[in-house]
Design a protein around this ligand. Structure first.
Ligand SMILES: CC(C)(COP(=O)(O)OP(=O)(O)OC[C@H]1O[C@@H](n2cnc3c(N)ncnc32)[C@H](O)[C@@H]1OP(=O)(O)O)[C@@H](O)C(=O)NCCC(=O)NCCSC(=O)C[C@@H](O)CCCCCCCCCCCCC(=O)O
Ligand SMILES: NC(=O)c1ccc[n+]([C@@H]2O[C@H](COP(=O)([O-])OP(=O)(O)OC[C@H]3O[C@@H](n4cnc5c(N)ncnc54)[C@H](O)[C@@H]3O)[C@@H](O)[C@H]2O)c1
Length: 719
């Protein structure tokens, strides 16, 4: 777990060895303690280099050990021993030095990094703080403002930035261990008093209280209820105001609170869930490790509206040649300008050249004859999309993958229009497509393993978190979202206001409430779909009750606002009012409140008091219940898939893990009991009826989320 050798006559070389990231498991910590002792006790050794096996220094503490009984030597005294050593200790950093890995390096007297290495203290993203002295050493080394930035955001820095900040002493483009050994030889025998970071005074800041308060305010605003960033500020403040030993006590105290918190559990679950979804497997038996993606040399995007533009930018930024197609020259040129602007802005931010030459523009579908993959992003209209798929099928070379960005139309129907339905999958991006991290890859019963593997790999190349999901209306994300927004509308009918509902949702941790999101995306989008589905507009059968569709409760509130031209931010009016069309700041609208009162009076509804708890239970539990149905139907492979979709695509607060994880935190019995209660109160809302899987999990004693797959498997095998 840590190997020891002596090289160049007098340099002890300690190599951490715990693939794939050399995490500091109990065995690795023991290995370090033993090898350090050996090196320090060897009279031939004059200096020591610590490195990691397989091109990575260390990914930090072993996250899998958290929450279990810790065994093996603790990190803090181990790092302390290294810092106190009387022989120079040099960290040779390749790949990553993260969390405990960087803390170990900060205990060394010198740090040499490869130019491609990344360094950081990302503990905050796991609901923790750097608790092996990182919160106390880093501010002493690089100053309080820079340490606050790195520790509260968890961002990784490049070797170049690390050098500039003073985290590393030297950056090399060559073999890192060789450079570190050479360096170690050069510093052998030199005094180390000025190299022990824990003995440094924290660089002076003129008003540390004001600085920390300022950062604390910013952090509170962006944390949406997460506690770790706040503890990180408190820990750095301790470094700036207390002697090292007292600062370490404070670090330990703060860590103890975080370590056992539900938020840390949720964030660590989310870390592994994100990795679990990349190991996809689908009901046909195809899976990530047995399916080979096909190479993509050239891809195409059809339809350069909101989504097509973002997708094109993301493809070009991923280095892929893209050919784009629009209907008319005017739309094409307008889109070209917009895409070029987006690429230029992105390139400026990253300090690179804009990949404008990767994109070509056309109004002719025939130009797609030689592409390997097409992403269709035309209007959400089944007839149009079918036509486009037929045309593509005729134009593209055999073997071209045809992908649709539909938000929820039936991918199988589109596949049926193609000569090769096995080469059709959904690639459901989220707006703005060059920014949002989520991609739902929608497979149908005929989709080939290669088609799924290629779409998943393309997503990864584009920097997305890709989740493979089955085909159904709305797939996973939008299918659940429908239940959430529907409950929010019902609550308005029953006496709530958009302000009250949004406040409850935002206090829960969503960046924006449901009605603010609706105003931002535009109420007209859903209205158009409901009109097509004959739920709204003139096609609603005359004599049909306004509040019932297909025998179920229906809220026409959003349709009524659209009929008034209230489409949200774009028209300056929606669920809220804005100072002008396109305005961004939502203000409560007395007109809307009056409208709701009239609506209730017209339908004989009596407004009652609704509190935040009811808002959360109704909106979130309805959505969670649908999540269980999705698992029951086999549309998502496991709860992790749903949770990743919600965290990366729908603003679900990461420190709450995702809707399915959250239901386990609340207690499945409680979720079941509340759903039963609300279903009894609203029997005309069938979606509130607790589903079979939820009942079964409760009957099985509410197992933890990682055990649900077994219950789901049993349920499927009985069907
Ligand atoms: C390192 C990476 C950047 C590599 O990325 P890459 O894309 O190459 O690979 P993957 O991300 O796919 O990972 C491959 C594989 O490895 C697994 N893995 C990665 N990192 C870890 C890890 N740190 N531990 C375990 N496993 C890891 C990953 O899951 C993949 O495997 P899988 O099977 O899932 O496919 C990238 O991986 C990355 O970013 N990793 C995480 C880096 C990170 O966040 N590090 C910080 C870890 S936390 C930490 O270091 C804490 C320290 O500050 C130490 C604190 C001391 C703790 C002492 C405890 C005191 C408790 C006191 C309280 C007592 C309370 C009481 O009980 O009273
Ligand atoms: N807007 C979103 O938030 C969002 C999110 C996810 C998925 N989607 C889905 O993405 C698709 C596109 O949505 P959008 O919001 O970008 O629509 P949009 O109206 O902004 O753009 C559609 C574009 O397609 C072009 N077009 C229409 N027919 C065409 C054809 N035959 N050939 C070439 N171009 C054609 C139009 O000129 C227009 O520029 C829809 O299926 C939608 O459901 C949208």
């Amino acid at each position: 777990m840590a190997q020891y050798s002596r090289i160049s006559g007098s340099v002890g070389l300690i190599t951490l060895s715990n693939p794939p990231v050399n995490a500091l498991s109990a065995a690795v910590r023991q290995g370090i303690v033993d090898t350090v002792e050996k090196a320090l006790g060897d009279p031939q050794v004059k200096s020591v280099v610590i490195c990691g096996q397989d091109g990575i220094f260390c990914g930090g503490a072993d996250i899998k050990e958290f929450g279990k009984n810790m065994s093996g030597p603790p990190l803090i005294p181990m790092i302390h021993t290294i810092e106190c050593a009387t022989k120079p200790m040099v960290a040779a950093i390749e790949g990553s030095a993260l969390g405990g890995g960087l803390e170990l390096a900060l205990g060394c007297h010198y740090r040499i990094a490869h130019s491609k290495a990344r360094l950081g203290l990302p503990e905050v993203t796991l609901g923790l703080l750097p608790a092996a002295g990182g919160s106390q050493r880093l501010p002493r080394l690089i100053g309080v403002p820079a340490a606050l930035d790195l520790i509260t955001t968890g961002r990784h820095v490049t070797a170049a930035e690390a050098l500039q900040l003073g985290i590393v002493d030297q950056v090399t483009d060559h073999a890192t261990v060789d450079a570190a050994v050479k360096f170690a030889l050069s510093v052998a025998g030199k005094p180390l008093d000025t190299r022990r970071i824990s003995t440094y005074p924290c660089p002076h800041v003129s008003d540390v209280d004001a600085l920390c308060e300022n950062v604390m305010q910013k952090v509170r605003k962006s944390a949406h209820g997460a506690i770790a960033p706040i503890a990180c500020v408190q820990a750095v403040r301790a470094a700036a105001t207390l002697p090292y030993t007292q600062g370490m006590e404070r670090e330990k105290e703060l860590m103890a609170t975080l370590y056992t918190s539900g938020q840390a559990r949720a964030l660590q679950y989310s870390f592994f869930a994100q990795r679990a979804v990349s190991k996809w497997r689908i009901p046909s038996g195809a899976r990530w490790d047995t399916s080979t993606p096909r190479p993509l040399h050239k891809v195409a995007v059809i339809g350069l509206g909101t989504m097509g533009r973002g997708i094109t930018v993301a493809l070009a930024q991923a280095g892929l040649p893209v050919i784009t197609v629009e209907t008319h020259e005017k739309q094409l040129m307008e889109a070209k300008r917009a895409v070029s602007d987006m690429l230029n802005r992105g390139a400026k931010r990253r300090g690179v050249a804009p990949p404008l030459d990767k994109i070509s523009y056309s109004c002719n579908l025939q130009d797609l004859a030689d592409v390997d993959l097409v992403i269709e992003a035309v209007f959400e209209d089944m007839t149009l999309k079918k036509k486009v798929f037929r045309q593509l099928s005729a134009v593209c070379k055999p073997g071209t993958l045809l992908c649709t960005n539909t938000s929820g139309l039936d991918v199988d129907q589109l596949a049926s229009q193609s000569r090769n339905p096995e080469l059709v999958v959904g690639m459901h991006f989220f707006a703005p497509a060059h920014v949002m991290k989520l991609l739902e890859v929608v497979y149908g019963p005929q989709s080939s393993p290669q088609a799924v593997a290629t779409a998943m790999q393309l997503g990864k190349k584009m920097g997305k978190v890709s989740v493979a999901v089955g085909n159904c209306r709305g797939f996973v994300g939008n299918r659940m979202l429908k239940l959430y927004t529907e409950q929010a509308s019902f609550l308005l009918e029953e006496g709530a206001t958009p302000d009250l509902v949004d406040q409850a949702i935002e206090e829960f941790g969503f960046p924006m409430g449901v009605f603010k999101v609706s105003d931002l995306s535009g109420l007209d989008v859903g209205w158009r779909i409901r009109k097509e589905e004959k739920l709204a507009g003139l096609s609603v059968a005359s004599g049909q009750s306004t509040r019932i569709r297909e025998g179920r409760r229906y809220s026409p509130l959003a349709d009524l606002l659209c009929e008034q031209g209230r489409f949200g931010q774009k028209t300056g009016r929606g669920w809220y009012q804005y100072d002008k069309p396109g305005g961004r700041v939502a203000r409560s609208d007395p007109w809307l409140h009056h409208f709701l009162e009239e609506y209730r009076a017209q339908h004989g509804l009596v407004a009652r008091h609704i509190d935040h708890q009811e808002v959360l239970e109704r909106c979130l539990y309805a959505m969670i219940n649908e999540g269980f149905r999705i698992l029951e139907d086999g549309i998502a492979a496991g709860p992790e898939d749903i949770d990743v979709i919600y965290v990366f695509g729908y603003g679900w607060p990461r420190h709450r893990g995702g809707p399915m994880f959250y239901s386990g935190m609340v207690g499945l019995e409680k979720v079941l009991e509340r759903l039963e209660h609300y279903y009894q109160a609203h029997p005309d809302v069938p979606h509130l009826q607790p589903c079979r899987l939820l009942r079964r999990l409760v009957a099985r004693g509410s197992p933890p989320v990682h055990k649900w797959r077994e219950v789901i498997k049993n349920l499927h095998s009985q069907l």
